[in-house]
Design a protein around this ligand. Sequence first.
Ligand code: BES
Ligand code: MN
Ligand code: ZN
Length: 501
Amino acid sequence: MQISFAPPRGAPNGGSWVVAAAEGGALSPAAVRADKASGGALSRALKFSRFTGKSGQMLEVAAPAGLAVSHIVLVGLGKAEALDEKSLEVIGAEITAKLHAFGESAATFEIEAPKGKVKSGEIAAHVAFGARLRAYRFEKYRTKNLDEYEKRLASISVWVKDPAAARKAYAGLDAVADGIFLARDLVNEPPNILYPAEFARRAKAVLAKRAVKVEVLGEAQMKKLGFGALLGVGQGSGRESQLVVMQWNGARKGKKSAPIAFVGKGVCFDSGGLSLKPGNAMAGMKGDMAGAAAVTGTMLALASRKARVNAVGIIGLVENMPGPDAIRPDDVLTSLSGQTIEVLNTDAEGRLVLADALTYTQRRFKPKFIVDLATLTGAIVAALGFEHAGVFSNDDRLAERLADAGRYTGERVWRLPLDSAYDKMIRSKIADVKNIGGANSGSITAAQFLKRFIEDGMAWAHLDIAGVAWQDGEQKVWAPSWATGWGVRLLNRLVKEHYEA
Ligand code: BES
Ligand code: MN
Ligand code: ZN
């Protein structure tokens, strides 16, 4: 979809004209113009509607007389004091959904808001960002005419008094959208196409163009280094396990600071292994690499907008399959950290992959902090559903910053406890730790397990994203596909707010 910014000029020629109203229904100047140009069609339609100007509410007038547009769409902005970046993005997404329902292909947005905390250029940029997020499609496997499914909006012209300011604000958001779309593409891809080596190849191909240094470790290298836990998970699959290391060094020259680190679970398919999942729980497990996808997408976003930060992204890519060499329940693995792990359920594999990825990250990079992302437990979905990811952290400041970034972006997180009292649940009879904790508090015991691999003094947060990485219905207005790309906006915001020099 093409997005451009231009100064207002009379009325659009073709497509839909989107204008705004405040809560209470007061028309913005552009809406007044549209109303006049259509001989009062908008105010007449208002009289017969229940439109009150609530945020995201819409009223449309089809084929207005006197205008060369297909529709006038009036969108509510809600209360001025509640209008922020996030609500503007939601509004942009809602409008786009509406235009798609019309089968519209072009639109002019002229969304002015009363004076508030968001400047007019920023308003235009965030509405456009929301529109772009909503216009995402994953249709490479459709062979039929796509209009049969849904016609897509091809272009949006955003009319704004200061187009240069809007363009500048949008550039950074466009980079973030690129990262989100990369993450969505990776998660939407079927597992016969996107296996570990293919994921690594794509990460390298996309990121190398943005001056991100990408290294890929294969099984031979990992074996030499002692990645016993990660390689254990991958050994039941014919596909080779991979560790991808992505480095973006964007901090100002002369600033040789330790990087910040993002670590992702990349299980390209989670069959459960020999502890096989039942059929209905197995479908969808192509998305079990969503943590790795979010990390990769974040690296792309940071590099594309040339963020002034040193960041590393490390993802462990495996396929969890019940092949002849698969690990068994009862096996003991020796992790890269040296700690031994008794595997009692091969379906608790994500923590094994992360254990080695976390150790490697700390030993090699000594980062300022680590945030890991993983579709780690079904229990987090039971606890928090689809609205929040779970966050576990040994660092209150990092946890609070993530919570703030979540409130700003709408990718919200909710903190759950880390507490040594849970450790007895993962005590092994024969090894240092076991990989399952029993029937209760499964997300917490998983986090306690990961904590065993965090060195003293290392600030760390673990995000369990099993409930937010993908969706069956359409729950998130800014995400039309199965994969949401969750995490890219959150991490980008965290960096932008706190770690750019
Ligand atoms: N990838 C799953 C977690 C998951 C479940 C993600 C549902 C998204 C939706 C993970 O590897 C897993 O299988 N976890 C088990 C752990 C259990 C065996 C201790 C779970 O949650 O059931
Ligand atoms: Mn599993
Ligand atoms: Zn898994």
